[in-house]
Design a protein. Structure first.
Length: 261
């Protein structure tokens, strides 16, 4: 992926100049693309990931002084260390994109305790404590963005645990806007449809199955194609910016119309 630069005028409502942002799960896919977009809009960006080599490569792609911190959102001690570092280096957070998560496909009869623990741990527990532990650093009027999924609102074979976890994310946002209203902190959910990321491709076990999956999903989308990670990244910039100053508790679908028809 080439490292390109998009300049946003500092007077634009989309400018994030002088903002401090954190993107969890920022070493690949939607997280990486969103971190790049935030940095190109002017933010100083921290990203997290669980694998150091991928994290280092992502920081190099993002540029703009991005900082990578190895951290697992399901580990509360590692979240504490992450926020201690951001506090010491930056002193605050203006933007939090709680993006780390994932899941796999198993039909009802094959669901295991390990799958439930892993999926709910990453997509629910990890999101809860990523946000909770950020609160002392988040400034009044900050923007929190969560990653949802179109799967939360539709039935998908063999995807029930993941879908349920993303429905929980939507519910969390609805309640958190009330918990945080005295501080003017906005909480929104960006809802990707099928996006060409390693996480989506790896749901299928073979190259042939992967092509079949991508082709099938493209056929379900009114625009007739799979989305690009940077298209979600631009939506994240919008939700983080003053252009979205009256957008709160919402879902912003970036799905090519898939969930709308």
């Amino acid at each position: 992926m080439a490292n390109t630069t998009t300049t946003i005028n500092s007077n634009s409502p989309f400018s994030l100049a002088d903002k401090i942002a954190l993107v969890t799960g920022g070493s690949s896919g939607i997280g990486l693309a969103s971190a790049r977009a935030l940095a190109e809009a002017g933010a100083r960006v921290y990203i997290t990931g669980r694998r150091q080599a991928e994290l280092d490569a992502a920081v190099a792609q993002i540029g703009h002084g991005a900082v990578g911190v190895r951290s697992d959102a399901t580990r509360l001690d590692e979240l504490d260390a992450l926020y201690a570092r951001i506090g010491a280096e930056a002193g605050r957070l203006d933007i939090l994109f709680a993006n780390a998560g994932g899941g796999d496909m198993l039909p009802l009869g094959a669901i295991t305790e390990q799958q439930v623990d892993d999926t709910l741990g990453r997509n629910v527990k990890g999101v809860i404590f990523t946000v909770q532990k950020a609160l002392p650093l988040l400034v009044d009027g900050a923007s929190i963005i969560l990653t949802g999924s179109t799967a939360a609102g539709t039935g998908t074979p063999a995807f029930s645990v993941y879908a349920a976890s993303k429905a929980a994310v939507r519910s969390l946002a609805r309640s958190w806007v009330l918990d945080l209203k005295e501080r003017g902190i906005r909480v929104n959910v960006v809802v990707p449809g099928p996006i060409h990321t390693p996480g989506l491709v790896d749901l299928a076990p073979t190259p042939e199955a992967q092509q079949g999956l991508l082709g099938y999903l493209a056929g379900q989308i009114p625009l007739g194609r799979i989305g690009r990670p940077q298209e979600v990244g631009q939506a994240v910039v919008f939700l983080a910016s003053e252009a979205a100053s009256f957008v709160n508790g919402s879902e912003l679908f970036v799905d090519g119309g898939m969930a709308q028809v």
